[in-house]
Design a protein around this ligand. Structure first.
Ligand SMILES: [Zn+2]
Length: 108
């Protein structure tokens, strides 16, 4: 699901509800938003243009959920690539070498 536009406000709210659950579960974090996700479920709509930016906590991809009620558009899309794989710290090679040779030298 990389990008999506919604035919009906209901579809937008269904995804918003799922995202709210994902944020509560820690799968996503909200990086920037025009209002809280919870505000979308209030009887009073928070504004003409509503925007929520998310980041996946496991891979670092960023997404945006937006709604523009003035122009009657709403959508969901990928906005950023996954974070690069972190470099592993260098292995302590000398220590590994000593560990590997110790049993054979004691056997002789
Ligand atoms: Zn991810």
């Amino acid at each position: 699901m990389e990008s999506l536009s919604f035919e009906e406000p209901r579809e937008y709210l269904e995804l918003a509800r799922r995202l709210l659950n994902s944020v509560n579960d820690g799968a996503f974090t909200v990086t920037e938003s025009t209002c809280s996700l919870q505000d979308l479920f209030n009887p009073e709509w928070p504004g003409e243009e509503v925007e929520h930016n998310f980041q996946c906590t496991s891979c670092g991809r960023t997404y945006q959920l937006f709604a523009d009620t003035y122009h009657g558009r709403a959508g969901w899309g990928l906005t950023g690539p996954p974070r690069p794989v972190p470099e592993l710290p260098p292995e302590p090679k000398s220590e590994v070498g000593i560990w590997m040779t110790a049993p054979s030298s004691s056997a002789q």
